[in-house]
Design a protein around this ligand. Structure first.
Ligand SMILES: [Zn+2]
Length: 227
């Protein structure tokens, strides 16, 4: 499950480290942990606002737009499906400059997607990679409907389903939401990020960035986050 530091500990570690007699000065790894905890908390709170119809649409004012002309520092990288029903900024109630978003059908990652993640870690100092799948994913349906060895009629879609197929373990056609397979697919993408990129793997090992799995429920709007 998610790890959170208490607000007091976060305050101590970020602002008053030297003045908090009983709190050791944070190591770089501790500091990263507190920052990724804050980012995850923001996403979680945003999703609660989304599902309870209390969105505040943060960071979308002209002033924010102006500020961002100087640069960006999104805390979260979200690797998610291109599905029109699952826009990360909506479901997490975030605004401009908050999420570095990488979207492909079924959140399959190729070299360009990996390069995008690497860029956000190295140059934007993002602290968390959220790999977010969703129920009733069309890319998973298409993969399950395809026949191994037979072309779908598109070389590109053949590549996509060939990339997704090995990660699907349940192949549960009885559950129309394909929830179990969506979770499998999230896990496959999570593994693909580290296997496909020594840079991402090293960043995770060093504690510079954390990968968190997530599943969006198309019906309820809830995002379940887990490590
Ligand atoms: Zn999808």
């Amino acid at each position: 499950m998610l790890r959170y530091l208490s607000p007091f500990a976060v305050l101590c570690s970020m602002i008053f480290a030297s003045a908090c007699a009983h709190t050791p000065a944070p190591t770089s790894s501790d500091r990263s942990t507190s920052q990724d905890g804050e980012v995850l908390q923001q996403l979680r709170e945003g999703n609660i606002r989304f599902t309870s119809h209390q969105r505040i649409h943060p960071n979308q004012q002209p002033l924010r737009r102006q500020e961002l002309t100087k640069g960006q520092a999104p805390g979260a990288i979200v690797v998610s499906c291109s599905d029109s029903r699952v826009p990360p900024e909506f479901v997490f109630d975030q605004g401009l400059g908050d999420i570095f978003s990488i979207r492909t059908a079924g959140h399959a990652v190729d070299a360009f997607a990996l390069a995008s993640v690497e860029y956000a870690i190295e140059h934007l100092d993002a602290k968390v990679i959220v790999v977010m799948g969703h129920t009733s994913c069309g890319a998973i349906k298409a993969t399950m409907a395809s026949v191994p060895g037979e072309s779908t009629g598109s070389r590109n879609i053949d590549l996509l389903v060939a990339s997704i197929r090995p990660g699907l373990k349940h192949l549960d056609r009885k559950d129309k939401t394909l929830r179990a397979d969506a979770i499998d697919n999230v896990e496959a993408t999570r593994v693909a990020l580290e296997r496909g990129s020594p840079f991402i793997h090293a960043a995770v090992e060093k504690g510079k960035v954390r990968i968190v799995a997530a599943l969006y429920d198309l019906d309820s709007g809830d995002v379940e986050l887990w490590e």
